[in-house]
Design a protein around this ligand. Structure first.
Ligand code: C5P
Length: 230
């Protein structure tokens, strides 16, 4: 890893608003942004496109899915994401892909295949990244670590609004159930489970607007970067 390039690592459960906060912090600071969850979503989509039964039998196909992860032909262009030159920005956000992503993310070989790829996003002048293991595994030396969360009900509501806004249909009861199941799977898995790193400060956004959460992360970053300069 490059010790002189600053990293802000934001981890947290599904639909906690990490992506919105992280991308806006990156924009404000002029840093690069890595949405690590997108890589797991892309792996799920690429595997499905190859005919692998990701939801039902992810474990049996671990090596094939890891191969899809290693060979992902992906391009990030602003807010758009291309898989083999096809714009999949919307497709990777649907609920089926969300469920599948959480299954492929539990596989050790898949995580290993994506590790170096994520670290390659670390480029000057800095990186803001969000996921589940950014602070614990991928960027353990991050300058600032934030564990961003919100109540499951609030997160389900946010996901609901996001999906409706993108033209998908959605149902609050199913969303809440899915979010709780995904939380459980992410937190209890063997490889890189979702945990708050010992150096990560908690940021509960249940009653906080996105603007306020962004401002709080920037405030914390200002504090750590002024210490780094001393
Ligand atoms: O963050 P997002 O909901 O897009 O991530 C999709 C899935 O990818 C999550 O449910 C989680 O299981 C997995 N993930 C992960 N590690 C990361 C980012 C995402 O396991 N760093």
């Amino acid at each position: 890893m490059s010790p002189n390039i600053p990293v802000i690592a934001i981890d947290g459960p599904s639909a906690s608003g990490k992506g919105t906060v992280a991308s806006r912090v990156a924009l404000t600071l002029g840093f690069h942004y890595l949405d690590s969850g997108a890589l797991y979503r892309l792996t799920a989509l690429a595997s499905r496109q190859k005919g692998i039964p990701v939801l039902e039998q992810a474990q049996q196909y671990e090596q094939d899915i890891a191969e899809c992860a290693a060979k992902l032909d992906v391009r990030f262009e602003g807010e758009l994401i291309f898989l083999q030159e096809e714009d999949v920005s919307l497709a990777i956000r649907d609920e089926q892909t969300s469920r599948e992503a959480s299954r492929v993310a539990a596989l050790g070989a898949v995580r290993a295949a994506l590790l170096q790829r994520q670290r390659e996003f670390l480029q000057a002048p800095g990186l803001v990244t969000d996921g589940r293991d950014m602070a614990t595994v991928v960027f353990p030396d991050a300058n600032l670590k934030v564990f961003l969360t919100a109540s499951a009900e609030e997160r389900a509501l946010r996901r609901y609004k996001q999906l409706i806004g993108k033209g998908f249909t959605a149902n609050m009861v199913d969303l809440l159930k899915d979010i709780c199941e995904r939380d459980e799977r992410d937190a209890s898995r063997e490889h890189a489970p979702l945990v708050q790193d010992s150096r990560a400060g908690l940021l509960d956004t249940t009653y906080l607007s996105a603007d306020a959460a962004v401002a709080e992360v920037l405030r914390r970053y200002q504090i750590v970067s002024s210490h780094d300069c001393v």
